[in-house]
Design a protein around this ligand. Structure first.
Ligand SMILES: Cc1cc2nc3c(=O)[nH]c(=O)nc-3n(C[C@H](O)[C@H](O)[C@H](O)COP(=O)(O)OP(=O)(O)OC[C@H]3O[C@@H](n4cnc5c(N)ncnc54)[C@H](O)[C@@H]3O)c2cc1C
Length: 396
């Protein structure tokens, strides 16, 4: 995504004095090959670390063959404690012709960039790939079954995202019921009261990721499952088998890499030393890598009001941020949700260049219990995009 963002920004560079940007092109195959090299080198590094730590790696599909026994393709292992870290996989919708679609796992290996991409699903994976391909020059259409894309987003951030999607020439349809994908990759769907066809070169199925726990023979170990993930308590311990723990996508709380990294050591420690540490997601920053990206931490305005909090908001568009102006990165905004009576920061939502980094400033402030007015009075470096976080805190 970062190469494509660079490409998109460079192509707009004529206004900044760059020349030759009209002839700039993107080598899709080179991007995919570079991604493969990076992934390979990272996994090699991880494997070397495991070897240095003396951790044995057995290759094969594991499943429970008893409460404390795992069968790895015929080889049996017994353990006092087991941690399930089997991740998730893309859902395959049940409508006819779904096999003609591809998943995100396939898309990142495509040798050619599809000229027309239809994305089924307007959640974070659908939005990320939709924006990436659109910024790379593909014609993108997103079909979302629910009433809105990015259901977990703050409403105003979603509105701002829709503006950037329009500028990226992404067509978005909501309330869509896909009826089938034809062999030539045309998606046939009911949109409201109309039947519509969406021709495509590739159809990306981005309809969620169930956890990989259904093929683990969990009943053999009496491990309960809830909403396709292992049902765990705050110690990441299975609620039905005290010797089993689960982390990351398999535990189903938040599907993000740092969640698995955070939960792994907690589960390992709890399994080996007794339940000592609880997971804490009270301040949890996350990002959606649309182009530009979305960063968010804490409650949306709607969530705050639904919880009965007397919430107020401040907003700052990046058009008011000098660094954004200098860099020609003025799309998007910062929105701060805070509790009126206490001035507590309840949530911060950013759409804009480097939003994924900027939101972490807010997250650290929230973790430290800083009030909105304290963050609004803090010294900051000028001119910076991150300055917008402090300026937004100072408003209102
Ligand atoms: C397209 C896409 C983009 C994403 N972008 C981001 C992002 O930008 N930022 C972010 O934080 N997160 C992102 N995520 C989510 C992130 O990848 C996951 O949340 C994270 O990898 C979960 O880690 P995990 O260890 O739980 O599972 P995984 O990383 O999926 O690892 C699980 C491992 O278990 C193996 N396995 C499964 N079943 C068995 C079995 N029966 N026996 C043995 N091994 C088994 C699998 O092969 C896999 O190697 C993205 C996910 C996708 C699909």
């Amino acid at each position: 995504m970062s190469t494509i963002e660079l490409f998109w920004r460079a192509r707009k560079g004529a206004a900044l004095g760059l020349r030759g940007t009209d002839n700039l092109s993107l080598d899709w195959r080179a991007i995919i090959e570079r991604k493969d090299r990076i992934v390979e080198s990272w996994s090699k590094g991880k494997e070397e670390n495991l070897a240095k730590l003396g951790i044995a790696v057995l290759r094969g599909k594991g499943r429970f063959s008893g409460p404390n026994e795992i069968d790895i393709e015929g080889k049996k292992l017994t353990a006092r404690k087991v941690i399930i870290a089997t991740g998730s996989r893309p859902a395959r919708p049940s409508f006819p012709g779904a096999d003609h679609g591809i998943t995100s796992d396939d898309l990142i290996h495509l040798k050619e960039q599809p000229a027309r991409l239809v994305v089924v699903g307007g959640g974070f994976i659908g939005l990320e790939f939709g924006f990436a391909l659109a910024r790379a020059g593909s014609k993108v259409t997103i079909l979302q079954s629910g009433p809105q894309i990015g259901p977990a987003l703050d409403d105003e951030i979603r509105e701002a995202l829709l503006v950037t999607a329009k500028e990226a020439a992404i067509d978005i349809f909501t309330g869509v019921q896909v009826s089938r994908i034809a062999e030539n990759s045309t998606v046939e769907a009911r949109v409201g009261h109309k039947n519509m066809s969406f021709p495509a070169d590739e159809v990306l199925l981005a309809t969620g990721r169930p956890s990989n726990v259904d093929n683990l023979n969990l009943p053999k170990a009496s491990v309960d499952v809830e909403r396709s993930a292992v049902k765990v308590n705050e110690f990441l311990q299975s609620v039905s088998n005290e010797n089993v723990y689960a982390i990351g996508d398999a535990a189903g709380k938040h599907q993000h890499t740092p969640v698995a990294w955070y939960e792994g050591p907690i589960a390992a420690r709890n399994a080996l030393k007794g339940n000592e540490r609880k997971v804490d997601f009270s301040v949890f920053p996350s990002a959606i890598f649309t182009i530009p990206a979305i960063g968010q931490v804490g409650l949306t305005e709607r969530e705050a009001l639904q919880r009965g909090l007397k919430a107020k908001v401040t907003r700052l568009p990046f058009t008011s941020n000098p660094a954004a102006g200098v860099r020609d990165e003025t799309e998007g905004m910062v929105k701060v949700v805070y509790e009126e009576a206490t001035d507590k920061v309840l949530g911060v939502h950013v759409l804009g260049a480097h939003a994924e980094d900027m939101v972490q400033i807010a997250a650290v402030g929230m973790l430290g219990g800083l009030k909105r007015s304290q963050l609004g009075a803090a010294h900051y470096v000028f001119p910076t995009l991150g300055g917008a976080i402090f300026d937004a805190m100072a408003l209102g």
